[in-house]
Design a protein around this ligand. Structure first.
Ligand SMILES: *Cc1c(COP(=O)(O)O)cnc(C)c1O
Length: 395
């Protein structure tokens, strides 16, 4: 028998992996989804109300944002042509970075191709072998990917557990040259907030650098909707405020707001900035217009959390602090079934399964946007209560 060709072994490797995932209800599929005005999404010719989109302020569809993107595209073209360090640093970047730095009250800001790329670039530019990273166990996947890439020693602290973090600092901080503490500001799959103020104080006591990923905070939480560092009475001491332009901002891209020397170092050393093409001008212009809208419409920006709260109250859940309300069902199959039930009722709520969330915590993750209709939310809550929660309780 002729030896198998690499094409065959590669394909059979892929098939076996997929079959194993399928058997655990963990295979994933890309489903064509056509998003339109408000929270409407079309799938298979059906009109659904989406409760799983991170476009919290519906700004991806806002006429001013779209117009800004179109105008910049008409003027400057569809792409930026090169890395920002070569010739792709369109003047709109400086404007966007100044706007973000002003919004986050930092000296400077640097914009990346995406939030994922930002974390993959920032973390290895700051720490390396001989250094220590302490990360919340529910930190976003890209913070952990960036950590792995850095070569620094990584220790994980229990979710929002300051005592555990302090214990790890006491044990490991001394042996490390530098120490980076990583956490989501608002946790992407749970919607709760990190105790950023306390983390800032603890970090300061141990000469550790605190970095928050505010992907789900900017535009929707905190004073003037500036994000998770602004949720308390005073701004928390977070020297590294990272985030994305792809959620409440409604466009695409990532950013780091920090001091001028830190941002200059990142511009010089972050590989995902240096070796990747700059964002298209239309995308940068859209983010700028969205930030302008957020500054001018603070009350509108509070709506997503208010709507999340009305949904949670209808289900007897604790008041959410963000637009994200998780409903943990446990196993992946039950989650897929619940998602299918809601879809049959006209609601798009994608099931979230491991490894996106820890084993045994598969869930429905409801996200709320400014344009969601209160009647839709009430009906959704009734269906969840009567057809998912009460049935489970009866089983
Ligand atoms: C979505 C998300 C990211 C990734 O941002 P992108 O711009 O979509 O790449 C990073 N961190 C958190 C917490 C996120 O939720």
């Amino acid at each position: 028998m002729a030896p198998k060709s690499p094409v065959e072994t590669l394909d059979s490797f892929a098939r076996e992996k997929l079959d194993a995932l399928e058997a655990q209800a963990l295979r994933r599929h890309l489903v064509e989804t056509d998003r339109r005005e408000g929270a409407v999404a079309w799938r298979d010719g059906r009109r659904l109300i989406s409760f799983c989109c991170n476009d919290y302020l519906n700004l991806s569809q806002h006429p001013d944002v779209k117009r800004a993107a179109i105008a910049a595209t008409e003027l400057y073209g569809a792409g930026s042509g090169a890395s920002r360090l070569v010739s792709g640093n369109h003047p709109l970047f400086a404007e966007l970075e100044a706007s973000l730095a002003d919004f986050k009250q930092t000296e400077d800001c640097v914009v990346f191709g995406s939030g994922y790329m930002a974390n993959m670039g920032i973390v290895p530019a700051l720490v390396r072998e001989g250094d220590l990273i302490l990360a919340d166990e529910l930190s976003h996947a890209c913070l952990l990917s960036g950590s792995k890439l850095s070569g620094a020693r990584v220790a994980i602290f229990r979710h929002n557990d300051l005592a555990h973090l302090e214990e790890l600092l006491a044990t490991h901080r001394g042996a490390a040259k530098h120490c980076l503490i990583l956490t989501d500001g608002i946790f992407s799959m749970d919607g709760d907030a990190a105790p950023v103020r306390e983390l800032g104080l603890l970090a300061a006591r141990h000469d550790a650098w605190l970095m928050t990923d505010d992907a789900h905070g900017i535009g929707v939480v905190g004073r003037d909707n500036r994000g998770s560092s602004f949720m308390g009475d005073a701004k928390a001491a977070v020297p590294l405020q990272m985030g994305t332009l792809s959620k409440a901002i409604g466009a695409y891209g990532g950013y780091l707001c920090a001091s001028k020397p830190v941002v200059d170092l990142i511009r010089t050393r972050a590989r995902t900035l240096i070796y990747s093409t700059g964002l298209p001008p239309g995308t940068v212009a859209a983010a700028l217009a969205a930030l302008e809208f957020i500054r001018a419409n603070p009350d509108y920006c509070r709506r997503p959390v208010e709507k999340a709260r009305s949904f949670a109250r209808a289900l007897g859940l604790a008041d959410p602090v963000s637009p994200i309300v998780p409903l943990i069902l446990g196993d992946a199959e039950a989650t897929l079934a619940a998602s299918a039930l809601l879809q049959a009722e006209g609601y798009l709520v994608t099931g979230i399964r491991p490894p996106t969330v820890p084993e045994g915590t598969a869930r429905l993750r409801f996200t709320f946007t400014a344009e969601h209709d209160d009647a839709d939310i009430a009906r959704l809550a009734a269906i969840v209560r009567e057809r998912i929660l009460q049935r489970r309780a009866a089983e």
